[in-house]
Design a protein around this ligand. Sequence first.
Ligand SMILES: *Cc1c(COP(=O)(O)O)cnc(C)c1O
Length: 387
Amino acid sequence: MDFQTIRKLDGEYLAATYARYPVALVGGKNATLVDSEGKQYIDFGAGIAVNIFGANDEQWKAAVIEQLGKIQHVSNYYYAEPQVRLAQMLCERTGAKRVFFSNSGGEANECALKAARKYSFMKYGEGRSRIVSLKNSFHGRTLFTLTATGQDEFHRYFSPFVPEVAYAAPDMEEVVRAADGRACAVIIECVQGESGVSALPKAFVQALSHWCSENDVLLICDEVQCGNGRCGTLYAYEQYGITPDIVTTAKGLAGGLPIGACLFFERAENAFSAGDHGSTFGGNPVSCAAACNVIGRLTPEFLLEVQGKAAYLRAKLKNFDGVRAVTGLGMMIGLELEKDAKQVAAACLERGLLVLTAHSRLRLVPPLTISKTEMDEGLSILKEVLA
Ligand SMILES: *Cc1c(COP(=O)(O)O)cnc(C)c1O
């Protein structure tokens, strides 16, 4: 199909939820993608921080195809080897005790919020069901995770919301006030993604972690976007010197296939028992095999390379005309610009570079395997557009 046909059918048959860029991507290799008309793009977006190894990574494809050749879906009424392999890897790498698999980031967070309420209910009974989330956070599109998303613009039209969710700025006084003595959990993104790629202050996160453990309030780290090597460590919270009670992740975890995971650490280990939660597709063997390939390759050496690439990109970007600030952490890069970010993104696309926006900022989350040549090509297009 040519692009105009795709665009026409999309407009006719798909729910109009997405404001799309005028491109249909059909193939590519690593961080170089190709559209339906044969035009090439450098990819600084990775399908929103999903395609960790870019497009058509041979090792990743082999792992997926190997599992596809065995069995493609297994109900959670039965055991499945890819699930246990992945859960063991995640626990061994993070110190988590147990994992629940779902299919998306929103579902991983939904699971975490439900688990926190149950944990508190079993221990303290009713009256302690409050979730504290941060202003400018993003946690998903299900009604509970949307409620926990601290941005008013997402809240139009969908009331009534889930009760007992309160918002606080990244400030301990505000958190304590929002908790009001009846919170079971606080949910944070160490690096807030959708609202502009802002890393939370370390002192706040450490104080929060301390307060949470003192008060038996579960600390949930939403690593859906900032996790899986994105920030230069396996999970971003590691750089904050804290141990959360629950970690959720998704996006990059399976390198391009749908998956979500909710990792329970010691305090929350036994929050759920049989029948409390479930998912038909959760822990799909093909997705889990893909994720095993991803986690297995995010070695300390690989993560060092990611840190090196992030430092390289950040050093270059800092000196570009039109860049006011470079934010975020590692390969999760926000750019505060003099120009309008949406217009810059459109101009980049025109010239063959895919970038994302997050509120008023440009958001760069390239594949972690991006080559030096691809980085330089992308940077030179961006430089031209910003000047
Ligand atoms: C993308 C994102 C989500 C939602 O993930 P979906 O897979 O779209 O449901 C939740 N939290 C954060 C931090 C995200 O970036």
